[in-house]
Write a protein that binds this ligand. Structure first.
Ligand SMILES: Cc1cc2nc3c(=O)[nH]c(=O)nc-3n(C[C@H](O)[C@H](O)[C@H](O)COP(=O)(O)OP(=O)(O)OC[C@H]3O[C@@H](n4cnc5c(N)ncnc54)[C@H](O)[C@@H]3O)c2cc1C
Ligand SMILES: *[C@@H]1O[C@H](CO)[C@@H](O)[C@H](O)[C@H]1NC(C)=O
Ligand SMILES: *[C@@H]1O[C@H](CO)[C@@H](O)[C@H](O)[C@H]1NC(C)=O
Ligand SMILES: *[C@@H]1O[C@H](CO)[C@@H](O)[C@H](O)[C@H]1NC(C)=O
Length: 645
């Protein structure tokens, strides 16, 4: 997807777009979109750095109280309701280069033949939600319970469920359709009147059913509701789309547009926060920012707090630029140390994605590939969708509806193989594969993460991978339980320079064992009778007979992407002496008035897609903040919390 050639073309496209929008000089339709000048003249209570999922959720909820003034500063522009952004079936037919961080390279990945990868991340008002693939799933309860064990108290399943529901407006599928399509849904875990719309397409390619049958025949149980906290089995995924228009529900549409007339909710787009400003008591008093296109810096004050929501790649960058991070890193760049926090930028995790190419020589038509191979079919389906909202355009282009989430014991062909991988993991020293120079506190936190990962993989409530056949020529395998840990560090004090992103993908050999096992599990699914009838042949660099060792080589050399854009965990909610960066209220240790509210706070990557949880967490932290300052429904006399208001 991110070849070098394409990359140059994209940069050019982006440039053209910037020039066009500048010359049009158009007045925005967004009433409270502010000019830099207005910002410098306004007193804000809260400044939010980054207008993605977390940032806009919290901004919306805080400004429900008309007395609270909030400014969101977002590096990217507003989108323009482009068809390819809103329509699942047109996903990435126009590559959203204007709305992504490009270039954003990884460091050479040592286990992946030293290749450099372009890292996908949204750069637009609404963040990743505007350009993502819309898969909407929640993690297993066990994942969140283990967050609690790591120190993230108050963020387990029971604490989050009311907020998952509050965030969501779920359109139930037609029960007869659901039954025929082999999925169930549990109304009690879904919300009906939240801002984020979620729905099940009422269309599946016939191949989806064939693959479902094969996945179940391979020993993976048919799962229930993909969002009920079980998180296992063969499930059908809802998408973040409206049940009526079948179009994308993204954060700009669900947490800004409906309330943009609020005069206390400001968004300054196309500007980048360069650092947090502190007073002598290490209390945050505002931020410094500049146009993303370059220019002079300005400052704006926050009377209450600065909320960092720039995503797991850029939030640590902002903290480090502000003097909050590993002392040695900061001193090396002559940044005055406000607080020495070794965990800032450590613990980077993602879900590496492995794309297995197939030649399905006896495939059923139509399948998801038909949209690209048969222009007449594509045009007809687009017309059908535009007129009636029916058909395959309800599905994110390139994806099918269902996916398999097997535990390790259901992944390996024998229990002995499962045991031998776990034994190797237990026997290894936790320090061996951490990035060089990892601080002892971070290593201590990782040791517990590693123990929990081994425990999870020994049981049957955590999936090792998410396997997905697109119904055409590829299987995508998301690797969900990495042992390897990466890092994000600045290498310059220039706020517009990209952070140094080192995923360390598959550096830990246990990850290599697990990924080969997952690959073989996929082969097992594809060889079940229903799939075998379609004659799926692994295409180059594979053939159906190569050894495990050759398989591993092929995985590492050509078909792995370090990131599914599910980056997280770079400012973890754990105790400080275990590499933690924020406390249970997301407050950054050692300073006052700063929280990190995006996926950076996750202690460990979850085995689901991140969006549903990011919205729910935003809802919860908004309540925590409102309660602390007695805002909105927590004002004196109205639903106040214990003691304070
Ligand atoms: C191509 C793609 C496909 C994906 N597919 C799925 C999927 O199918 N399902 C799913 O659940 N998840 C998916 N995701 C991931 C999901 O979108 C992210 O996990 C989610 O958006 C994270 O939310 P966030 O609030 O932490 O950060 P983001 O939504 O990334 O928001 C951070 C925002 O901060 C801005 N920012 C960064 N630095 C600064 C700065 N210094 N100053 C001001 N602003 C700044 C960024 O431009 C961005 O808009 C996908 C992501 C991408 C990119
Ligand atoms: C549902 O399951 C049946 C039986 O395994 C299978 O024949 C059918 O194709 C499946 N349909 C879908 C959409 O999964
Ligand atoms: C912002 O805060 C600084 C330091 O407290 C103060 O000097 C300055 O006047 C404030 N600016 C505005 C616009 O209030
Ligand atoms: C797929 O397999 C068929 C039959 O073996 C072969 O003729 C065809 O060339 C293959 N196509 C690709 C793209 O490999």
């Amino acid at each position: 997807m991110h070849t070098k050639m394409r990359y140059h073309l994209l940069s050019l496209t982006a440039l053209v777009a910037i020039v066009q929008s500048a010359s049009l000089g158009k007045v925005s339709k967004h009433a409270t979109l502010v000019k830099a000048r207005t910002v410098t003249e306004t007193q804000y209570d809260f400044i939010i750095a980054g207008g993605g999922i977390a940032g806009l959720t919290v901004a919306d909820r805080l400004t429900e109280d008309p007395d609270v003034k909030v400014l969101v500063i977002e590096s990217g522009p507003f989108d323009q309701d482009e068809y390819s952004l809103l329509t699942p079936g047109a996903f990435f037919t126009t590559f959203p280069a204007n709305y992504m961080w490009l270039p954003l390279p990884s460091t050479p990945q040592t286990a992946l033949q030293n290749k450099v990868f372009n890292v996908p991340a949204g750069k637009v008002v609404g963040g990743g939600s505007v350009i993502n693939a819309m898969v909407f799933t929640r993690p297993s309860k066990e994942q969140l319970k283990d967050w609690d064990t790591l120190g993230a108290k108050g963020w387990d399943w029971n604490s989050l469920l009311p907020y998952y529901k509050k965030s969501e407006s779920f359109t139930p599928p037609d029960p007869a359709y659901a039954q025929a399509a082999n999925f169930s849904f549990n109304p009690s875990v879904h919300g009906q009147d939240g801002p984020v719309e979620a729905s099940y397409p009422n269309f599946a390619y016939p191949g989806a059913g064939v693959w479902f049958e094969a996945a179940v025949a391979s020993g993976i149980q048919a799962g229930g509701d993909a969002n009920d906290g079980d998180g296992m089995g063969v499930v059908t995924t809802p998408f973040v789309t409206s049940g009526t228009t079948r179009t994308r529900s993204h954060a700009r549409l669900n947490h800004y547009t409906p309330v943009q007339s609020r005069t206390n909710y400001h968004i300054l787009d196309s500007h980048t926060v360069s650092r947090i400003l502190f007073d002598n008591n290490k209390k945050a008093i505002g931020v410094e920012y500049l146009p993303t296109a370059g220019g002079s810096t300005l400052t704006v004050n926050a009377t209450k707090e600065v909320l960092v929501a720039a995503g797991a790649l850029h939030s640590p960058q902002i903290l480090q630029l502000s003097g909050v991070g590993p002392k040695s890193l900061l001193q090396g760049l002559n940044i005055p140390v406000v607080v020495d926090l070794p965990g800032v930028g450590a613990n980077l995790q993602d879900q590496p994605s492995i794309i297995i190419p197939y030649n399905v020589t006896n495939n059923i038509h139509p399948n998801i590939g038909t949209l690209s191979t048969d222009p007449a079919y594509d045009a007809a389906q687009r017309a059908l969708f535009d007129a009636t909202r029916e058909g395959p355009y309800q599905l994110t282009r390139g994806l099918s509806n269902n996916l398999a989430l097997p535990s390790l014991s259901k992944t390996t062909p024998t229990l002995a193989k499962c045991q031998s991988i776990l034994d190797a993991a237990r026997a290894a020293n936790h320090n061996t594969y951490l990035p060089p120079g990892t601080h002892p506190s971070v290593a201590r936190g990782y040791k517990l993460q590693r123990e929990l990962t081994i425990k999870q993989l020994s049981g049957d409530k955590t999936a090792v991978s998410m396997i997905h056949w697109d119904t055409a020529n590829s299987v995508r395998m998301y690797f969900l339980r990495p042992f390897s840990r990466g890092s994000v560090t600045i290498s310059s004090t220039n706020p517009l320079a990209w952070p140094v992103i080192d995923f360390q993908t598959f550096v830990d050999p246990i990850d290599q064992d697990l990924v080969v096992a997952s690959f073989l599990k996929n082969r097992h699914i594809m060889s079940q009778p229903s799939m075998a009838a379609l004659n799926p042949l692994e295409a180059a660099p594979f053939d159906n007979s190569i050894t495990d060792e050759q398989t591993l080589k092929a995985i590492l050399s050509g078909i792995t992407e370090p990131s599914s854009a599910h980056q997280c965990c770079t400012a973890a909610m754990m105790p400080m002496d275990m590499g933690g960066v924020v406390d249970n209220d997301m407050k950054v240790y050692g300073v006052k008035g700063v929280r990190v509210i995006d996926t950076s706070f996750w202690p460990m990557v979850l085995t689901s897609a991140p969006t549903a949880t990011t919205y729910a967490v935003g809802e919860k932290i908004a309540d925590v903040i409102k309660k602390e300052y007695c805002l909105g429904g927590f004002k004196s006399g109205k639903g106040k919390g214990p003691g304070k208001c």
